[in-house]
Design a protein around this ligand. Structure first.
Ligand code: ATP
Ligand code: MG
Length: 406
C-alpha cells in the first residue's frame, strides 16, 4: 500500500461479544466490522440505538478489547501510547468535573498535554469562542444544560489540536441552532484536513457533514458508501428552475409525454424547518434578546491549523514508561512516520510535521493479540437505499429489540 493511501483507521473482522457474569456470551455488539478511514475524511457511523456504534468507537480508541479482529490506527495498535496525542475524543457521556467552570475545565485538559500558560490561555479562549460559551465560561459545568456540556466536551476534544477526531454523538442534546453550529465546525475541521469519525443516529447530521458513512444494525454493517452513492435515486430525473409560466410548464409536459411517454410531476418545493428555525433564532440574537444559554459559535481557532508539539513531553515520558514493559519482538505494522498527510492540504503538512514520535514503541505485553497485526484491505459492503428507509422507520422498534436482547 502506498504511503499516500495509508488509512488513519483500518479494521478487519472486528467483533465484540459482551459476556455475562459466568462468561457466557450475552450480547454480540459488533460483528465482522471492516472499515477504512483515509486521512482527511469525515466518516460517519450511523445506526439506531444499540447498534454497536459506541462499542466500535471504544475498540478503536483502545478502551475496549475486541473479542476478535484487528485494528490499526495511524498504522499502530490502538493501545499504543504514542498515537494518543494525535487523537481527540468526545465521549458519548460527558466525564467532566462538575465543580470546575468552563475555563478551568479547558485549562485542566491543556495542563494534561503540558501546554504552556500562554498557549493554554489562548487555546482556551479561542475554543470557548468557537463553541459559543465565552459568556458563560465562569459558570460551573454542573450547572450547564446538556447541550452546553456537549459544547465544552467538543472544545475539550480539540485542545491538543488532534489529527484524528472521534466524536460519539456530537450533537446529542443540542438545539437545532447548536446542532447546525457544531455541524459547521465539524465540516470546517474536515475541510482543514482533520480526519473525523463521528457516530450518530440522526440521519440529517450525518448527511450534512460526512463524506462517507457506514450504516450499522445489530452490530453488523448493512451499507457503506459516500452519501451521494447511498442516496442517489438513479431512476429519477429532477429538473429545477426559477418559477415558470403555466404555458411553459404545459409545453415541457407535452414534450416529455411525446418523447418519453412519461408524465411529469410539477410542484413548488418547501424549505426545511431547520432553516426557518435558524432564521428565527438568528433574528432574536441580532435583536440581542437576553439568554443565559449558549451564544453564537465563533471562528475556528487558528491553532487547529497550525503545527504544534504540545503534549510531546508527556507522551514521551509515557512511552518511556511503556517501553520498560515491551517485548523485544517488533510490531509488524507501519510506523506513524509512514502515515502520509493529504497531499493537497498544506495545513495538514504542517500539522503532521512536528508530531512524529521520536521513538518506536513496541507491543505491550498486555495488548490483545488481535489488535496488533497489520490489517488488510476491507471489502466494501453493497449500498442499499431500502436499508436507510428501513432504519428511518424502524429505529424505535430496533431500539426496543436491542434492549430486549441486551
Ligand atoms: N459494557 C457492556 N456490557 C454489556 N453490554 C453492553 C455493554 N456496552 C454495550 N453493550 C451492549 O452492546 C450493544 C451495542 O451498544 P452500543 O452502546 O455500542 O450501541 P450504540 O449504537 O452506541 O447505541 P446508542 O445510539 O444508544 O448510543 C447494546 O445491546 C448494548 O446493550
Ligand atoms: Mg452510543
Amino acid at each position: 500500500m502506498s504511503k499516500a493511501s495509508l488509512p488513519v483507521v483500518q479494521t478487519v473482522g472486528l467483533n465484540k461479544v459482551f459476556k455475562d457474569f459466568w462468561r457466557r456470551p450475552r450480547v454480540s455488539a459488533v460483528q465482522n466490522l471492516n472499515i477504512e478511514i483515509k486521512p482527511g475524511e469525515v466518516f460517519g457511523l450511523l445506526g439506531p440505538n444499540g447498534s454497536g456504534k459506541s462499542t466500535a468507537i471504544k475498540m478503536l480508541l483502545g478502551l475496549l478489547y475486541p473479542t476478535k479482529g484487528r485494528i490499526s490506527i495511524f498504522g499502530r495498535p490502538p493501545t499504543d501510547v504514542a498515537i494518543k496525542q494525535r487523537i481527540g475524543y468526545l465521549p458519548e457521556e460527558s466525564y467532566l468535573y462538575r465543580f470546575l467552570d468552563a475555563r478551568e475545565t479547558l485549562d485542566f485538559y491543556g495542563r494534561l498535554f503540558r501546554q504552556h500558560g500562554q498557549v493554554r490561555r489562548e487555546r482556551r479562549d479561542m475554543l470557548l469562542d468557537m463553541v459559543g460559551l465565552q459568556h458563560e465560561s465562569k459558570r460551573r459545568i454542573g450547572e450547564y444544560s446538556k447541550g452546553m456540556a456537549r459544547r465544552i466536551g467538543l472544545a475539550q476534544a480539540l485542545i491538543n489540536d488532534p489529527e484524528f477526531l472521534v466524536l460519539d454523538e456530537p450533537t446529542s442534546g443540542l438545539d437545532p441552532i447548536g446542532t447546525r453550529q457544531i455541524k459547521d465546525v465539524i465540516r470546517r475541521l474536515g475541510d482543514m484536513g482533520k480526519t473525523i469519525l463521528l457516530s450518530s443516529h440522526l440521519l440529517a447530521d450525518v448527511e450534512d457533514v460526512c463524506d462517507r458513512v457506514c450504516i450499522l444494525y445489530g452490530g453488523k454493517v448493512q451499507a457503506e458508501g459516500t452519501i451521494k452513492e447511498l442516496l442517489a435515486q438513479k431512476d429519477v430525473t429532477q429538473i429545477r428552475a426559477d418559477k415558470l409560466r403555466t404555458d411553459t410548464i404545459e409545453e415541457i409536459k407535452s414534450v416529455v409525454e411525446r418523447r418519453e411517454s412519461k408524465s411529469i410531476e410539477v410542484s413548488v418545493p418547501t424549505g426545511r424547518l431547520e432553516n426557518l428555525f435558524l432564521k428565527i433564532v438568528e433574528d432574536a440574537q441580532a435583536a440581542k434578546v437576553e439568554t443565559s444559554g449558549a451564544g453564537q459559535a465563533g471562528a475556528i481557532p487558528e491553532f487547529l491549523g497550525a503545527a504544534t508539539d504540545d503534549g510531546g513531553t508527556l507522551i514521551q515520558s509515557l512511552i518511556q514508561a511503556a517501553d520498560k514493559e515491551v517485548k523485544s519482538e517488533p510490531v509488524p505494522m507501519a510506523s506513524p512516520e509512514s502515515v502520509a498527510p493529504k497531499p493537497s492540504q498544506k495545513v495538514l503538512d504542517e500539522l503532521t510535521k512536528p508530531k512524529q514520535p521520536a521513538h518506536e514503541p513496541g507491543q505491550s505485553s498486555e495488548e490483545a493479540t488481535p489488535s496488533t497485526s497489520p490489517v488488510g484491505p476491507t471489502k466494501p459492503v453493497q449500498a442499499d437505499r431500502s436499508i436507510i428507509e428501513g432504519l428511518m422507520g424502524q429505529s424505535d422498534s430496533a431500539a426496543e429489540k436491542d434492549r430486549g436482547n441486551g
